[in-house]
Ligand binder design. Structure first.
Ligand SMILES: *Cc1c(COP(=O)(O)O)cnc(C)c1O
Length: 349
């Protein structure tokens, strides 16, 4: 597809021309001899954290590349996927000139990032079935539409978008398509990572914050063509992933067994919760979910939210989002937490 696709036309001119900050360490870290580093004004006494972290996170990327089947040159890491998303906006969108397209109801951060960077956010609502409205998206785009944000499984609706519709967008959208796969590890569907080579305008973001259980270390992952990654590398802060995060992620990401145990407990309890919720009179709909949360439509979201709060349970009221009137989003907790939730929900009736 897309012989016409030309990444250098999408990049902001100043970013294209930019000479990135380079640390001396970058140039010499692969030297064959053991070097004495007197270049960065660090404290020389060894504590494991007295040196600056590897700006290219080589060890962590090596494991990720192997696990996910990507090349190291197709990976960029961020301080959470929020940093990755921000880098994408800043590399490609010219303030007060370009626009991004988002598909509400969806993750609120895309809009916030557009606003912070003075980029117009064009919103095209999902259809009633929570699918992208392809014809409307294509009508909404213009020459300044640089990025389309698409979240699948979508937050807060929980559904996976149709493969066919995403393919249509990959073929027809003029800018970059960012597929946010924060919840992909809970889903039965395959990641779009396997299609990276096919689509030069595809960017995929994932995170260790959800299924991997490492929200506290802040690690977001971006997969894209080598060309796109090298542009993002130019503007990322040199030491954006700290040493503690690199070490912890490198160790824990190998533990696929823990990932699978946690995942199966969460998915099992999601079904258990769903069955209970469907029996409650004040719950109208439990939407199908391929994530670790359930979106439910209730009779009166404010009232039910307050009742849960009075009982010490915090959920997310999503009613202010379009197509989500009177909805609450419930994260699946530990079996004990879910028991508590069930007991309280039944008591409210
Ligand atoms: C939770 C979430 C993220 C994760 O963001 P991090 O900064 O990596 O913690 C990204 N996208 C969506 C849609 C999310 O729900």
């Amino acid at each position: 597809m897309k012989n016409k696709f030309n990444i250098s036309k999408l990049v902001r001119p100043n970013v294209l021309a930019l000479k990135p900050y380079s640390s001396a360490r970058d140039e010499f870290k692969d030297a064959a001899r053991t070097m004495t580093f007197l270049d960065a004004n660090e404290n020389p006494f060894e504590t494991n954290i007295n040196r600056y972290p590897d700006p290219q996170q080589h060890d962590l990327k090596t494991i990720l590349a192997k696990q996910k089947g990507a090349a190291i040159s197709q990976i960029l890491l961020g301080n959470g996927s929020d940093e990755v998303l921000d880098l994408i906006v800043r590399a490609f969108c010219e303030p007060r000139q370009d626009n991004v397209i988002t598909l509400p109801p969806t993750y609120g951060m895309y809009k916030v990032l557009a606003e912070i960077n003075a980029i117009e956010n064009r919103e095209v609502l999902l259809t009633k079935n929570f699918e992208p409205n392809v014809s409307k998206i294509l009508k909404t785009q213009d020459a300044n539409s640089k990025v389309l944000f698409l979240c699948t499984p979508n937050n807060p609706t929980g559904n996976v978008f149709s493969k066919d519709l995403i393919e249509q967008l990959l073929e027809s959208f003029n800018g970059l398509l960012v597929i946010d796969e924060a919840y992909i590890d809970f889903s039965e569907t395959e990641s779009w990572l396997s299609r990276l080579e096919e689509f030069p305008n595809l960017i995929i973001t994932q995170t260790l914050s959800k299924a991997y259980g490492m929200a506290g270390i802040r690690l977001g992952i971006c997969y894209a063509s080598t060309e796109i990654i090298s542009i993002l590398n130019k503007i990322k802060p040199p030491y954006n992933i700290n040493s503690l995060t690199q070490v912890t992620a490198t160790q824990k990401i190998r533990d696929i067994k823990k990932l699978n145990i946690d995942k199966s407990l969460i998915l099992r309890d999601k079904e258990r919760l769903k069955e209970v919720l469907l029996q409650l009179k004040f719950i109208d709909t439990v939407y199908p979910s391929q994530a670790n949360f359930l979106l439910v439509k209730v009779d009166n979201a404010t009232k039910r939210y307050e009742q849960l709060l009075d009982n010490g349970i915090v959920v997310r009221d999503r009613s202010s989002q379009p197509l989500c009137e009177n909805t609450l989003r419930l994260t699946v907790g530990t079996p004990e937490e879910n028991n508590t939730l069930i007991k309280i929900l039944k008591g409210i009736l």
